[in-house]
Design a protein around this ligand. Structure first.
Ligand SMILES: Cc1cc2nc3c(=O)[nH]c(=O)nc-3n(C[C@H](O)[C@H](O)[C@H](O)COP(=O)(O)OP(=O)(O)OC[C@H]3O[C@@H](n4cnc5c(N)ncnc54)[C@H](O)[C@@H]3O)c2cc1C
Length: 354
């Protein structure tokens, strides 16, 4: 069996982002890399969105970028300007294509379908496959989205809707999310924050049909694409292994209160690339501890008081857009943290501390 200097387990978002970053910065000129990925073919399977608070390698995979968004609860709508930190959407199909096209030119990079095909003994491993993703009773952000095309102009493509809480909450936390790519095309998602045991929340197709036809009042449309997923709002507990670090979702790159992961993965890839020569002795990259602390309180509040969450999310967006975007993208300073915390209902949050 062949030996490699590095092995990446899982050629998804984190695995490929890291391989691309290493290749781009010529870190694989004299080193070999095996990527272990079971999928037969790469095709669009996700739409990654985030506020651009950092530069990244995938500007040419952006499907659409917005400078404005809305959030609403019943009878209240807020418009928010994010010109300085645009909200970007990446098409995973373009992302996979760009990376595969680039790395296949490097003969030091090889793909395998199964870890048993490579000798792992003397390699350094970057693992993006979680041990504990079947934890159904913890909180998850689970959702399904369809990209629809309307026969007439319907959408305002300059503004997206981050959260529409004006919908059935079923004693849980539920919102719709709409990304208008053009006047006739949009991705519409139904999103829940709950455990995964309650199957009554998972009739996503019915929820989407009802929202599109009865709330948005669109009657003539076709569905071009569908994505369904669940993001764990807890950090998987992978067993620590010598000469191995976890990356991506498995490496704790998900922001627990929001599910945003993509840009954290890019930051992690850059950090690993900068430290690759000394990776065995390098401190593990993580999202700052203060966010884990605050997010865990937030999720406890959410679990105990789902009926209050629409209002709490809505209130978070009172005040400066820069502050809330920095906070949600884990880039806030202490004053911004205080500003966000001060908008939360004190008693409900304090109760979860003890
Ligand atoms: C549908 C969807 C939409 C999302 N949208 C957003 C978003 O808008 N913004 C955002 O910030 N985050 C988003 N996320 C969260 C996060 O960015 C993605 O889940 C992202 O793909 C995580 O990257 P990853 O590499 O950790 O996992 P993945 O991209 O899932 O990669 C893991 C890879 O491991 C492979 N694999 C599985 N088992 C094995 C095995 N035994 N051996 C080897 N390989 C294996 C899989 O085939 C896969 O390719 C979304 C998640 C989903 C599911």
């Amino acid at each position: 069996m062949k030996e490699f200097d590095y092995i990446i387990i899982g050629g998804g978002c984190a695995g490929l982002s890291l391989a691309y970053e290493l290749d781009l910065h010529s870190k694989l000129k004299d080193k070999t890399l095996a990527i272990v990925e079971p999928r037969e073919e790469y095709k669009k399977d996700k739409t990654w969105s985030f506020w651009k608070v950092l530069p990244h390698n995938f500007e040419d995979c952006i499907k659409k970028s917005w400078d404005n968004f809305t959030i609403n609860i019943p009878s209240h709508l807020k418009h928010i300007d994010c010109k300085n930190m645009p909200y970007q959407t990446i098409d995973s199909g373009l992302f996979y294509q760009k990376i595969i096209d680039k790395i296949k030119q490097n003969t030091n990079i090889n793909f395998f379908k199964n870890i048993n095909e490579v000798n792992t003994e003397n390699s350094f491993i970057f693992n993006s496959v979680s041990d504990t993703v079947d934890n159904k009773s913890s909180l998850w952000q689970h959702f399904s989205g369809i990209e629809i095309e309307t026969s007439k102009h319907f959408f305002d493509e300059k503004i997206f809707n981050l959260m529409d809480f004006d919908c059935d909450q079923k004693n849980s936390v539920h919102f719709f999310y709409t990304l208008p790519f053009s006047k006739t095309k949009a991705l519409i998602e139904t999103t829940w924050i709950s455990d995964l045991n309650n199957t009554s929340l998972k009739d996503y197709d019915i929820q989407l049909k009802d929202y599109i036809e009865n709330k948005l009042k669109i009657k003539n449309y076709k569905i071009n694409y569908k994505e369904t997923g669940a993001i764990p709002l807890f950090h998987p507990n992978n067993i620590k292994k010598i000469n191995q670090i976890e990356i991506g979702t498995a490496g704790g790159m998900t922001r627990l209160s929001t599910g945003y992961t993509f840009l954290n993965i890019q930051e992690q890839s850059k950090y690993i690339r900068e430290n690759i020569e000394n990776i065995k002795d390098t401190k593990i990259f993580s999202i700052k501890k203060k966010y884990e602390f605050l997010d865990n309180i937030f999720l406890k509040v959410l679990k105990k008081n789902p009926e209050r969450m629409a209002q709490i999310f809505y209130k978070m967006f009172n005040g400066s857009p820069k502050t809330v975007i920095n906070f949600l993208s884990n880039k806030s300073n202490i004053l911004e943290d205080i500003s966000i915390i001060s908008k939360m209902p004190k008693f409900v949050f304090l109760k979860q501390l003890f």
